[in-house]
Design a protein. Sequence first.
Length: 499
Amino acid sequence: MQHIGIIGAGLSGLVTAKAFLGAGYRVTLFEKAAAIGGVWEKSRSYHGVATQTTRDEYAFSDFPMPKDYPLWPSGEQVQRYLQSYAEHFGILPNIRFNTAVSWLRHEDGAWLADYTHMPSGRTDTQVFDFMAVCTGTFSTPSIPDFPGAASFTGQLLHSSQITDAAVLKGKRVAVVGFAKSATDVATLSAGIARETHLLFRKAQWKVPRYFGNLINMRYLLFSRFSEAFFNAPYKTPFQKFLHSAGKPMVWMQWRGLELLLKTQFKLKACNMLPSHRIEDQISCSLGVAPEGFYQKVKDGSIRAQQTEIDRIEGDVIHLKNGSSLQADILVCGTGFRQTLNFIDARHRQHIIGEQGHFRLFRNILHPDVPNLGFVGYNSSLFTTLTSEIAANWLVRYAQGSLRLPPPDQVRADMTFMGNWRQSGRPIAGEFSGTCVAPFNFMHLDQLMRDMGLRTTATRWLPYEFFKPINPKDYRILLGDSPKDVPQSRAAVRTADAIA
């Protein structure tokens, strides 16, 4: 029985372990924290964090979230859901908690993982036939190196460290950023802090949970129809029409959506009107506006300034617009860095390019790195599902049963996608190139076809085209037997050739 090593027990690591265990493999999962959950684990989640998508989209195909959860579950509820998932599918006995992999190297056809059990300091090495990296795109908090930061007399924290709202109570709080965590923390702070400042370099579009206070966001953002209005790297016939003869229709769609958001959030009154087109921004960083955020900006509860920090002197933060403010706490909602320092340099140089972007076929593997795959490096607007499909894809890759193109086409696709991210859609380079949104369906369809599986649950195409994503559909699809998947030695040789 082959032994599979998995690094990370967040949602991607859990679903990967479940997929390999279900296929009869022996699995060992390393998790450096004391509990499962990754970014949803309590010690890494800021107070009040909730999902961006609803409980129906943010779920695995065969394990729906409890019906008594609110439509947008809290971080604590997501953590309980993942715990239940791990218990239900027998994953927990295979996890080594408080254990960090420090070095991963490939020798004599196997992967050797050096790891440390952190409470005891005990180190050891284990040999695996196949490795799956599931550390995710939110592994290392990023805090800018502000000039004079060492002199700051207050607390300099990352947004993920605001695990208790009490830390903000009665304090002078400055928050840096405009992404989800920054605006969430600023909104939380405005109700309990002495002062709340928000410093942002660029106003971004945010979407409401309900457009026009009526229409759930899923109906406007999470269907094949809505995805067709983006200029995809690989187009369906309808997309080809939309982005040629149908361009006026595309323009009207996006300008109408912008007008709706300008009106609903009163963006001009808040002085937060983005200067870029909304279609150029929508990706994994698309933020759902915290309830009351724009109103608090408008009434001054959140003192927002479009500027950057010039330098810090004691408790004084000097800004590049010439003004200054005093703060007891400086919170950086400035995202995360993606690093793979534990992988030996020989293989890491294939995976990560000179600009720090990941180079992976289907966002899962590199053809020059044998028996190593990545799950969760295909972030989307419903990562539970894209990670689940990637995990099943990786199992079939390990089995040698995928319908993969020849090696030269694999490399050509990687080159094409890398160039497209740089020149065709620069926002696609965010998260080091690991985001597949807004082309969620395109990515899922590619993975399903590689596995020889259908891409839709029904044959009624108009219905499939307009309905929002439904993870439950993929329980049906993944249960299908692969259609005409080559099981011959030739198929295995094809899989081995790109490894």
